[in-house]
Design a binder for this molecule. Structure first.
Ligand SMILES: [Zn+2]
Length: 414
């Protein structure tokens, strides 16, 4: 083990942060609130002893830079903000592991590493207050839709531009943050898995292949309302029957896709009374896959199934796209380095896609070679105060992530 790196210190600092910014219901570091500002001040204190340049960019992202021999930069990212009543690790584990790695690199290279190392704490990853995730990183990548974001309001009616003004950020200039990526040669991010895959495999760490692409649609079946007593079964145009058949079909579609997932998350029937055949049934379908081609065929299969069931039931079907995002596969060479770092640390590794989106997806979309490392989550749960990871696994992930940082420095030098 590297004598200068202290994973135990990271665990101790995460506990200190929990005591400072959490309460009986969990973490309370919602972006752009006084608690978030206090969290940032605490982070600056932790970094104060190092020879870093620190500043907040136009989108409110915090950057700490250790200048190296080369301007080419290794970016290490995370987010200090949490959802209300959040967990103690989501986002801040990534940043605090980065702090420890900065300490190690600074000590090992006497303040002048071969490449520049930059720690970034993205602003409002969670989107808890305004319903828009990845705010700071999407401003930085250039993907943020300003017209859409300008009108967002929190539950008290405060607009996003006004909330930003309160913490010294000019909404109209947030995309200036893009210049921070000028010399970015690689981006690495550590995160808790937030799902049960590594737990079920009994493995502490995983190399992340990328973030899923998403296709989200509303599917409406149109039949005919008719009296539930007087209408014989063979004379019905039952919109619900056709929709209900989709329920088991999406499991078959997901299965055929290999590693995709499909969810029917809502179902609304009209007229929605006990004495009528359903005239109209609207369901929502959320489909996710890491492979763009497979995602497209999952969607095509769902469409043709809906048409088949509509025809069989003598009803009509219409589709409406609600949202979509392309898959963001990570850099294959960096995935291999991540894999290697994990093997060297704990012997075994699993490669997995990420269902949730992360800031890393935005950085990858901006064209910076990117990879993420996952550490096992107990209960497979996050965004909840019961979110947890074994301390021994937390220490392992800091060690493995530090190895990845060092290997990535070598990779950038080449
Ligand atoms: Zn997170």
């Amino acid at each position: 083990m590297n004598p200068i790196l202290s994973p135990k210190r990271t665990v101790a600092e995460l506990k200190e942060l929990r005591a400072l910014t959490g309460d009986a219901n969990g973490a309370q570091r919602v972006a752009f609130t006084p608690m978030w500002v206090k969290t940032r001040a605490w982070l600056r204190e932790k970094l104060a002893g190092l020879p870093l340049e620190m500043h907040t960019d136009a989108a409110g992202n915090f950057w700490a830079t250790l200048r190296g021999e080369s301007e080419k930069s290794l970016l290490i990212g995370g987010h200090m903000d949490s959802v209300p009543n959040g967990g103690w690790l989501d986002g801040c584990l990534n940043v605090m592991a980065g702090v420890e790695i900065l300490r190690r690199i600074n000590a090992q290279y006497n303040g002048k590493p071969p490449v520049t190392i930059r720690l970034v704490d993205w602003a409002d990853e969670e989107g808890a207050r305004f319903g828009k995730s990845l705010f700071g990183s999407s401003a930085c990548s250039g993907n943020l839709n300003l017209d859409e974001a300008r009108g967002l309001k929190d539950k008290n009616g405060i607009t996003l531009p006004d909330a930003l003004k309160n913490v010294g950020i000019d909404f109209e200039r947030v995309k200036d943050s893009h210049k921070e990526l000028k010399n970015a040669a690689a981006y690495i991010e550590l995160h808790i898995e937030q799902g049960p895959v590594l737990l079920d495999l009994d493995l502490p760490l995983g190399a992340v292949l990328g973030t899923f692409g998403v296709e989200r649609h509303a599917i409406t079946f149109h039949g005919q309302a008719a009296h539930s007593g007087s209408t014989p079964m063979n004379r019905r145009k039952d919109a619900f029957l056709a929709a209900a058949k989709m329920s088991s079909e999406i499991y078959a579609i997901a299965e055929r896709s290999g590693s995709g997932v499909c969810t029917i998350g809502s179902c609304i029937t009209k007229p929605g009374i006990v004495t009528s055949v359903v005239e109209e049934c609207r369901i929502t379908l959320d489909q996710r896959h890491l492979d763009a081609g497979k995602l497209a065929s999952m969607l095509a299969e769902a469409k043709s199934a809906s048409e088949k069931f509509a025809k069989a039931g003598n009803v009509l079907v219409s589709w409406e796209r609600l949202w979509q995002i392309a898959p963001r596969p990570f850099n294959t060479e960096l995935i291999a380095l991540c894999d290697e770092s994990i093997r060297e640390t704990c012997g075994q590794v699993h490669r997995l896609p990420s269902g949730p989106l992360h800031d890393a997806a935005e950085v990858a979309a901006a064209g910076v070679p990117t990879v993420m490392m996952f550490v096992q989550s107990l209960h497979g749960i996050s965004h909840n105060k019961i979110e947890d990871t074994k301390e021994e696994h937390l220490e392992l992930c800091v060690t493995a992530f530090d190895k990845l940082a060092e290997k990535t420095i070598r990779w950038i030098e080449k």
